[in-house]
Design a binder for this molecule. Structure first.
Ligand code: NAD
Length: 345
């Protein structure tokens, strides 16, 4: 019997990479365009596993319905798992993820946003398409010699640090669990706020990091600071960010993620009236660049995501273990260290 997997929130690029990774037809895969929510969870009846992404809802009610439907595995096709109630899942249903697929994809996108923003490439692109070759208002600044504060020095944060070093930047970093012998110049979070010309976030969204950028922290930052968020939207209090931009305190914001992104990102709303006033106002600012959670979107990353998702499913159902299992006990210290050769429950 083939393992049956229901893939939610699937886009054409997901389908292409998953079909490629499943070219031999080992798995029976159903792609749903809809997100997994309390309203759509009934679609999981008859499946062994569900595959979800960053904006699917996997709360207690959804988990109960998955268990009722005899679904045995939640396979995240992403690294972050803030949308899954892993504490509630413990003892009920196993959760696995793709811990790394291309830290380069995300770190390079963060740098692309930064360069675009500070060299006004987004403005220049539109001007020259209209044969406007004026340079007025396009003055940028050198990255060389500037101080960048990196919050979160895991896989993506470290690649971003290396990229910044290549630009001759002075890198300082904060991590709740600093990497030993890494040569990284760790400082306190307060020093990040106070010393950085640019701050880039590469930590997970947790109770501790939710709204870590707020009116208070913005107050401590340098005037003209550039904020980059390719991690999770709710690290930033969007209202406070908007106020910081209107006060001219924040020089620029580069956002690949947004705290209320789930109803908007990944969809085409051109020609519609956006209900979210904060997002609309942010997008209207000349010094804000928004991409819709696309930092991961490279051919290499998509291929790795599909391969790792299938190998997670295979290991779980064939061997009764999974190296990439998530459980809330292990997650408290990062992600599951898997020192035990068994499932977490
Ligand atoms: P990782 O687990 O390798 O690194 C995360 C780092 O954050 C770790 O070093 C950890 O110690 C640190 N950390 C944990 N709690 C912290 C806290 N309270 N304050 C500061 N640091 C803390 O993860 P990664 O692969 O580098 O990914 C980082 C984040 O990037 C993910 O959590 C995810 O939210 C986001 N991400 C976004 C995209 C995208 O497309 N935009 C793609 C992949 C990942």
């Amino acid at each position: 019997m083939k393992t049956k997997i229901a893939v939610f929130d699937s886009k054409e690029y997901d389908i292409a990479s998953f079909e490629n990774a499943n070219a031999d037809g080992r798995y029976e895969v159903k792609f749903y365009e809809t997100k997994l929510t309390e309203d759509t969870v009934n679609l999981t009846a008859g499946y062994d596993a569900v595959c979800v992404f960053v904006n699917d809802t996997v709360n207690d009610k959804v988990i109960d319905r998955l268990v009722d439907n005899n679904v045995r595995l939640i396979a995240l096709r992403c690294a972050g798992y803030n949308n899954v109630d892993i504490e509630y899942a413990y003892g009920r249903i196993h959760v696995v993820r793709v811990p790394a697929y291309s830290p380069y994809a995300v770190a390079e996108h963060a740098m692309a946003l930064l360069l675009t923003s500070i060299r006004r490439i987004h403005k220049a692109y539109i001007r020259t398409r209209d044969f406007n070759f004026s340079l007025s208002g396009l003055t940028g600044f050198d990255l060389h010699g500037k101080t960048v504060g990196v919050v979160g020095t895991g896989k993506i944060g470290r690649v971003f640090i290396d990229i910044c070093k290549g630009f001759g930047m002075n890198v300082i970093a904060y991590d709740k669990f600093p990497a030993k012998d890494s040569g990284i110049n760790y400082v306190t979070l307060d020093e990040i706020w106070e010393k950085s010309d640019i701050i880039s976030f590469h930590c997970p969204l947790t109770d501790e990091t939710r709204h870590v950028v707020n009116a208070g922290s913005i107050d401590r930052m340098k005037k003209g600071v550039v904020i980059i968020n390719t991690s999770r939207g709710a690290l930033i209090d969007s209202e406070a960010l908007l106020e910081g931009i209107k006060d001219r305190k924040i020089g620029a914001a580069c956002l690949d993620v947004y705290e209320e992104e789930s109803d908007v990102f990944f969809h085409d709303f051109s020609g519609h009236i956006i209900e979210d006033d904060t997002l609309a106002r942010l997008i209207s600012m000349p010094n804000v660049i928004v991409t819709s959670h696309q930092a991961f979107l490279t051919a290499e990353a998509l291929s790795n995501i599909a391969d790792t998702t299938f190998s997670n499913v295979e290991q779980f159902f064939a061997e009764g273990v999974c190296d990439n299992e998530l459980c809330y006990k292990c997650a408290k210290v990062g992600s599951c260290p898997q020192e035990h050769k068994k499932l977490c429950f």
